[in-house]
Design a protein around this ligand. Structure first.
Ligand code: NAP
Length: 253
């Protein structure tokens, strides 16, 4: 088992890997021996994250919504080392009343949360298919399982990601490529802090409704991702692994 869980000799690309959930995934990957490439839009944030992760980490400023640049970017990485693992983690949210949501705001969410992971996975999978192996991870959301307040555009995208996981698992499995998603529950990252979930009362309410009484920690996602990316999960594909302390399974009144 210890041998299978190792990621030594593998290269992982983690989008949005400099902060929050992405950073913890990158950190656990490095701990397991992988070389990790971080991408995001803010140079200084990437530089600081890479410094914390050490010599197994490199970084590039890259906006994942620039889909026309995906092929060239992936080719540049592949010229250095094969991308064995792709984690489509970069994300944005916009929590507001459904009746105030504009078409432009919908497009902005969809560009990052749906179109970018769809196209980036295609660019990476072309190389994985040639090699006959690879692992793609997406990040879905409880919004794909439960009706959540004022995040409809986000919900459209995350529900689509859950479906895309199954669809790609079906179509890429014959090429040795596994495709899974992680479903994080509530994780206290910048994204959550920027919503109206940030008041102490709301935070206590969420904790109280969670059977395990707390928030999912970013490390919980990092460890789950490292497992799914490893050979220990060699026959696991098409799943949405929920890491939420039980909140989506419970009927708590
Ligand atoms: N926190 C939660 O409770 C929760 C629950 C379910 C799902 N998720 C999902 O988990 C993922 C990570 O979110 P998080 O909670 O860790 O929030 P976060 O800390 O805000 O992370 C988002 C990351 O995405 C990057 N990013 C955003 N737009 C980008 C773009 N166009 N190109 C490249 N990078 C981009 C950001 O970096 P730059 O701004 O520097 O580009 C940032 O590093 C997201 O997909 C989110 O939807 C979170």
């Amino acid at each position: 088992m210890l041998q299978e869980i190792s990621l030594v000799g593998k290269t992982a690309l983690v989008t949005g890997g400099a902060t929050g959930i992405g950073f913890s995934i990158a950190s656990e990957f490095c701990d397991a021996g992988a070389h990790v490439v971080l991408v995001g839009r803010r140079k200084q944030v990437l530089r600081d994250a890479a410094e914390r992760l050490g010599e197994l980490c490199s970084w590039y400023p890259f906006d994942v919504t620039n889909t026309e640049e995906h092929s060239a970017f992936i080719q540049m990485l592949e010229d250095q080392a094969p991308v064995d693992i792709l984690v489509n983690n970069a994300g944005v949210n916009n929590k507001k009343d459904y009746f105030d949501f504009t078409a432009e705001e919908f497009d902005a969410i969809a560009a990052t949360q749906a179109k970018a992971p769809f196209m980036l996975s295609q660019a990476v999978a072309r190389h994985m298919k040639r090699r006959g192996k690879g692992c793609i991870l997406f990040i879905s959301s409880l919004a794909a399982l439960l009706g959540m307040h004022d995040i409809q555009a986000y919900t459209v995208c995350k529900s689509g990601i859950k479906g895309l996981t199954r669809s790609l698992a079906r179509d890429l499995g014959p090429y040795g490529i596994r495709v899974n998603s992680l479903n994080p529950g509530f994780v206290y990252t910048d994204m959550l802090k920027n919503t109206n979930l940030k008041t102490p009362e709301r935070l206590e309410e969420i904790k109280g409704r969670t059977p395990m009484r707390g928030f999912t920690q970013t490390k919980d996602l990092g460890m789950a991702a490292a497992f799914l990316a490893s050979d220990a999960a060699r026959f696991i594909t098409g799943i949405d692994l929920v890491v939420d302390g039980g909140i989506s399974s419970a009927f708590l009144i």
